[in-house]
Design a protein around this ligand. Structure first.
Ligand code: PMP
Length: 459
């Protein structure tokens, strides 16, 4: 019996996952994760791993939180499913919407639920278009996004995403999107350009694009406050204040994609709060339910709401919604998860432990493989380079990162490699001891990767 020997073998025939190289998957089989406890997960053979990426940047409260299981169980018994079409609603979605309005910055007062971040960003696109139709300016349709930004994989959200694997072969962007320079000084700064000059150049570029295209054609600017999935890249100082000013000046909706940043990840409540700007729309997911249930939320301003509510449109309504929008079990779990985050001061913990993580990782700035150590709060990236002085990348990019990722498994720590950047994003419940262990294992991963690079002659 194939199954009893190894699920990894059986899995080949049954599931193929995104961003997985299918042939490699066939050869090696997946790492089958069977159980979780706190910040740890266990594979099918019982080996323990520190989940230093919180699943997929998701699990705030750890992998075995009984209160979330109980919240799901109770809601399953009371009302396992209902929808929110045709003037219907149910208690958990109403309560969670109230909670989100309370937690998010002032001015964000309305909530639309979806099941994934991609769907939420598609919703944002339609919301902006619908709003502009209602305001009698249907030509205001284009979006500004950034190279290396990640906003999802559906046709519209994938169009906003600025990563080549999302666009190539799919003919994206399929909606009008202009991708601006990635705000990452280390990689996109010019020779000798200071961080302040870099910020000014990026803001000038944004305004030039707005003026060239015409502000009357631009609906929104979308960005992750700290770009996460593209390689953990904090913005240069002053960047967001400048972008906010441009959006206000040209009447462009400012959309903060907080799918990874939200709920304490950067050591502040939200990424927008961390960088001191006020969006018109915030997109939330992942830590919203600790990904115990699929759920995302678009939280938006009264200005957007009014335009949508007052517009009868051609079909008399905002023609958008999903069978599982605001799913009762997902929203019940989300509400309990946010209560736990508050009661246990997990955002405060993220501030304190985040400082310890960033400080601990700084020691590797001198490591021969490491070009840059970066991050904020409990999210960090270490970019591996072939030459520290010239910042020369390995060729091909990603090969060394993948080796480090696999050494990570051997060292009992799950990280993620984005090209040659190693990403860390541990659950918000981490303790001082956990941080010290994560930093120590990272050191071993770097040293062993260095040995691998020398042995294989990869430099
Ligand atoms: N936005 C951001 C910032 C994300 O990181 C992600 C997922 N990593 C998404 C949107 C898409 O979310 P989902 O995978 O739930 O569709």
């Amino acid at each position: 019996n194939k199954l009893s020997n190894s699920l990894a073998q059986a899995d080949i025939a049954t599931s193929l996952h995104p961003y997985t190289n299918a042939r490699r998957h066939e050869e090696k089989g997946p790492l089958v994760i069977s159980r979780g406890k706190g910040i740890h997960v266990y594979d099918e053979h019982g080996k323990e791993y520190i989940e230093a990426l919180a699943g997929l940047w998701s699990v705030a409260v750890g992998f075995d939180e009984p209160r979330l299981v109980e919240a799901a169980h109770k809601q399953m018994q009371a009302l396992p499913y209902y929808h929110s079409f045709a003037h219907k609603a149910h208690e958990p979605s109403i309560r969670l919407a109230e909670k989100l309005v309370e937690m998010t910055p002032q001015g964000l007062d309305r909530v639309f639920f979806t099941s994934s971040g991609s769907e939420a960003n598609d919703t944002v696109v339609k919301m902006a278009w619908y709003m502009n139709n209602a305001l009698g300016r249907p030509e205001k349709k284009k979006f500004l996004a950034r190279i290396k930004g990640y906003h999802g994989i559906t046709v519209a959200s994938g169009s906003l995403t600025g990563l080549p694997y999302n666009h190539m072969d799919f003919d994206l962007p399929a909606i009008p999107v202009h991708h601006l320079t990635c705000p990452h000084h280390y990689r996109f700064g010019h020779e000798g350009e200071s961080e302040a000059e870099f910020t000014q150049r990026l803001l000038a570029e944004a305004e030039e694009v707005i003026l060239r295209e015409g502000p009357e054609t631009i609906a929104g600017f979308i960005g992750e406050p700290l770009m996460a999935a593209g390689g953990v890249m904090p913005p240069p100082a002053g960047y967001w204040k400048g972008i906010e000013a441009l959006c206000r000046k040209h009447d462009i909706l400012l959309i903060a994609d907080e799918v990874i940043n939200g709920f304490g990840r950067l050591g502040s409540s939200f990424g927008a709060v961390h960088y001191g700007f006020t969006p018109d729309i915030m997109v939330l997911s992942k830590q919203l339910t600790s990904s115990y249930m699929p759920l995302a939320a678009v939280v938006f301003s009264e200005k957007v709401y009014d335009a949508i509510a007052d517009n009868t449109g051609r079909i008399g309504t905002f023609g958008h919604g999903f069978t599982a929008s605001g799913h009762p079990v997902a929203t019940a779990v989300g509400l309990e998860n946010l209560k736990i985050i508050e009661e246990r001061d997990l955002m405060g913990n993220a501030t304190r432990m985040g400082a310890r993580l960033q400080e601990g990782l700084r020691q590797y700035a001198d490591h021969p493989l490491v070009g840059e150590v970066r991050g904020a709060g409990l999210i960090a990236g270490l970019e591996l380079v072939a030459d520290k002085t010239s910042k020369r990348a390995f060729d091909p990019v990603g090969k060394v990162g993948l080796a480090a990722f696999e050494i990570g498994h051997e060292e009992g720590m799950i990280i993620r490699n984005v090209g040659d950047t190693l990403a860390l994003c541990p659950p918000l419940i981490v303790t001082e001891g956990d941080i010290d262990e994560i930093v120590a294992r990272m050191g071993r991963i770097l040293d062993r990767t260095q040995d691998h690079v020398s042995k294989e002659g990869l430099v």
